[in-house]
Design a binder for this molecule. Structure first.
Ligand SMILES: CC(=O)N[C@H]1[C@@H](OP(=O)(O)OP(=O)(O)OC[C@H]2O[C@@H](n3ccc(=O)[nH]c3=O)[C@H](O)[C@@H]2O)O[C@H](CO)[C@@H](O)[C@@H]1O
Ligand SMILES: C=C(OP(=O)(O)O)C(=O)O
Length: 428
């Protein structure tokens, strides 16, 4: 088993370049199945989740060609298998996004239920109800969703909650059905907008994306296209917090300010200075101990749940008492117990945590239980006294490309070791 050994405290200085977005790449890879010809995708991040999605595409019969580390060609002509393997689908929630494209191309899909995870139960009822409105017959049995396309048609779909995944799955199916589909209370996340741009280039007509009412005018034959995936706003936000928690000065390149406005605003409230130094470049400077703030996660453009754990780490060393409320996932607080091992003073009250800032955190042995919890532990380790040992790296590798290399280039001391090497861990 691998572990990260993070030696703190450090003050990060320098420049970091943000990579392609996991949450945009995953649906766009799935959507590439909708074309009648291959798509060439650029800026695909090199992550475990992406590798899983590429395996899912191959498993259903698509041809995947790696051009370079961040560029793939996906050939959908050979698609033939509407029953992707349980072993692949169970690895990540986003693999359920294959369902819309399979229904469109093969008229049937038998997909294992993606199940819950450490952050909540994460049902898929909104995806399924939406499919039914477009002419799909859906049966759930023995852990599988069996969906059969009858005569597919456009329709009007109201989502009880602006689910990112449901909006994406439905947009993909609707884009390939001749007819008009209205999605009301749609998700507005930038990754949904990126997917809509891709589908539009392929030939669909999509209006209102980025608002809560989206009109999709589908086309029977979508074309494969060349597309560059947007950069990762959550990776950018994580590096913003890394600068702040280490009282450092970090220039973050390749970030769309419009995507991270709530993150920047809350960071400024803690006392950080955030300057736009270029079209897509931010300079984050922190000169003092952070101040306590309150945060409530919300669907976009509200504060993203995917940044909640990282901000919780920052607020552990803030002056004063912070209240962080999680409204998206019912149990996204697994990082709290691990931060407590490092000396944080946090109390969980229902869907909120009350963080009483301490002056310093201390290194400890901790475990990542999900992706952003893992990021929060790395951030806490950068600020803590001593060598923090983080296990559960699988979760971190799902969604961060080369995180320790990027942080080390900014002056961090992080080493990845096999458990057996731990005795000789030599953190430079
Ligand atoms: C690969 C990807 O893009 N993942 C992101 C996506 O996940 P994902 O697409 O799974 O998140 P959703 O927006 O669908 O989920 C939000 C809430 O809606 C609930 N829900 C969702 C679908 C459904 O059919 N029924 C239902 O009740 C979920 O349990 C959750 O409480 O958006 C989340 C919310 O911004 C992010 O944290 C994830 O990083
Ligand atoms: C929750 C996340 O991802 P996923 O939906 O893929 O589990 C995340 O990126 O923080």
């Amino acid at each position: 088993m691998e572990k990260l050994i993070v030696r703190g405290p450090v003050s990060l200085q320098g420049k970091v370049r943000i990579g392609g977005s996991k949450n945009a790449a995953l649906p766009i890879l799935a959507a590439s199945l909708l074309g009648t010809s291959p798509s060439l995708l650029r800026n695909v991040p090199d992550l475990l989740d992406v590798r899983t999605m590429l395996s899912v595409l191959e498993n259903v019969g698509a041809q995947v060609e790696k051009i370079d580390r961040h560029t793939y060609r996906v050939g959908p002509a050979s698609l033939r298998n509407c029953e992707p393997s349980y072993e692949l689908i169970r690895k990540m929630r986003a693999s359920f996004l294959i369902t819309g494209p399979l229904l469109s191309r093969l008229g049937r899909a038998k997909v294992p239920l993606p199940g819950g995870c450490a952050i909540g139960s994460r049902p898929i009822d909104l995806h399924l109800k939406g499919f039914a409105h477009l002419g799909v017959e859906v049966i759930q049995s023995a852990g599988y969703v069996e969906a059969k396309a009858g005569l597919l048609h456009g329709g009007e779909i109201y989502l009880d909650f602006p689910s990112v995944g449901a909006t994406e799955n439905l947009m993909m199916l609707a884009a390939s059905i001749p007819g008009e589909t209205l999605i009301i209370n749609a998700a507005k996340e930038p990754e949904v907008v990126d997917l809509a741009r891709f589908l539009t280039l392929m030939g669909a007509e999509i209006q209102g994306v980025g608002t809560d009412v989206v009109l999709v005018k589908g086309k029977k034959n979508l074309q494969g296209v060349e597309y560059e995936i947007m950069n990762d706003r959550i990776e950018a936000g994580t590096f913003c917090v890394a600068a702040a928690i280490t009282q450092g000065e970090v220039e973050i390149e390749g970030v769309d300010l419009g995507h991270i406005f709530p993150i920047v605003t809350k960071l400024e409230e803690t006392g950080a200075r955030v300057e736009k130094t270029g079209e897509r470049t931010l300079l984050v400077t922190m000169r003092e101990r952070p101040r306590a703030i309150n945060i409530k996660t919300m669907p976009h453009p509200g504060f993203p749940t995917d940044m909640q754990a990282q901000f919780t780490a920052l607020l552990c060393i803030a002056e004063g008492v912070s209240v962080i409320t999680e409204t998206i996932f019912e149990s996204r607080f697994a990082h709290v117990g691990e931060l407590e091992r490092m000396g944080a003073n946090i109390q969980v009250e229902g869907r909120s945590v009350i963080v009483r800032g301490v002056e310093t955190l201390n290194a400890a042995q901790v475990a990542a239980s999900d992706l952003r919890a893992g990021a929060a532990l790395i951030l806490a380790g950068l600020a803590a006294q001593g060598e923090t040992e983080i296990s559960g790296l699988f979760h971190i590798d799902r969604g961060y490309e080369a995180i320790e290399e990027k942080l080390n280039a900014l002056g961090a001391c992080i080493k990845r070791v096999k458990d057996a090497d731990r005795g000789n861990a030599d953190v430079e």
